[in-house]
Design a protein around this ligand. Structure first.
Ligand SMILES: [Zn+2]
Length: 351
């Protein structure tokens, strides 16, 4: 992949306008004498270009590690490399065939508010590319609604998993919520300004019968289910490691709402979390990685032409069964059912 810092690109790519970018560009950013880029000043245009490259590489590293192999570009037959454009004159960000490109909010005064400085947005966009690589493209000329909704949810979850790989985020997150990640916090403010400017929350209460017909909206119950599964796996790890009692473990993932009960659970969590930050953090890392591995396995197993939330849920359970046996199967099913996604009705959608 390569960064092209285009000058004055005021049109986003849209078929048939595609890479490579042939207009004027700024010169490539050079490393210092030791080969590092850390000398660049945050807020500078050069920093933005390097940040984009580093963030994309980071997300790829994480998912290649779950996969155990290199992620091939889904567009490799037409483009050998991904073109990354850090800043165009556009209030949006997008990934497409052979490229990702980022703008900034029209209200932003300077480049410090560029989408290319927002890790969540970058991880979401490269998440789409990873998904097209592992799931593939449907054979229909238009992408079906459920395929698009699945993509949006999984791109959000890619950003969530990416975020959870920052040590500083894990520390701040657990300290802020005192061990109980169901408390609304940093983790949930996923892609605060997204490609459709919708504010999406991973820890949402959306169910299938409540959403409309716009793909980002339809994606919400699935994003929420994935968040619930990470939270459940975390509570389950804590219980298994003797860090919280079983009754609290059961309450923790059943109390997916605010109010008195949630407050009680939070206080109980906090008392167990006190002085055990690193033990709790290890449990969260384990939950994140179990889920990450299940995620890439299920993506690889799915057929892009028979995409449904049900078939994704059932592929996720199959993947989890290989990693952890049957012990999480019932809970995964219950989490999806609560969202209105009935896995028992899933038709086999495997390649
Ligand atoms: Zn998206």
């Amino acid at each position: 992949m390569y960064v092209i810092d285009a000058i004055g690109k005021d049109e986003p790519y849209a078929f048939p306008y595609l890479p490579p970018y042939l207009g004027p560009i700024r010169p490539p950013v050079a490393p210092d004498a030791n080969g590092h880029f850390a000398y660049l000043t945050p807020g500078s245009r050069d920093f933005l270009a390097v940040h984009m490259y580093g963030s994309v590489r980071r997300v790829l590293d994480i998912f290649e590690s779950y996969l155990g192999r290199k992620i091939e570009w889904p567009f490799r037959h037409d483009y050998p490399r991904l073109e990354i454009i850090p800043l165009i004159d556009w209030d949006n960000a997008q990934s497409g065939y052979g490229y990702i490109e980022f703008g900034r909010p029209s209200s932003a005064e300077d480049i410090t508010h560029s989408y290319g400085l927002n890790f969540d947005v970058i991880a979401h966009e490269i998440g789409h590319t990873i998904l097209f690589s592992l799931v593939g493209f449907p054979t229909t000329s238009q992408l079906p609604l459920m395929f698009r909704a699945f993509h949006e949810a999984c791109a959000d979850v890619t950003a969530l998993i990416g975020l959870l790989h920052f040590d500083s985020v894990l520390d701040r997150l657990l300290r802020a919520c005192r061990g109980n990640i169901y408390t609304l916090n940093e983790l949930n403010r996923l892609a605060e300004v997204s490609d459709t400017k919708q504010i999406r929350i991973a820890s949402n209460n959306a169910r299938m019968w409540e959403v409309g017909s716009e793909p980002h909206d339809v994606s919400r119950p699935l994003t929420g289910a994935c968040f619930d599964i990470i939270a459940y796996l975390y509570a389950s790890e804590l219980q298994q490691r003797g860090l919280i009692p079983r009754d609290l473990w059961e309450l923790a993932y059943e109390t997916n709402e605010m109010g008195e009960a949630a407050h009680h659970v939070s206080e109980a969590f906090a008392s167990h979390y006190a002085n055990r930050h690193f033990a709790f953090k290890a449990a969260l890392v384990e939950a994140r990685d179990i889920f990450g591995r299940c995620l890439v396995s299920s993506w690889q197993a799915m057929s892009p032409d028979q995409m449904s939330f049900e078939s994704f849920g059932s592929a996720l359970i199959d993947a989890c069964r290989i990693i952890s046996g049957d012990r999480h199967v019932g809970e995964f099913g219950a989490i999806f059912r609560w969202r209105g996604i009935d896995i028992s009705s899933a038709t086999p959608a495997f390649r």
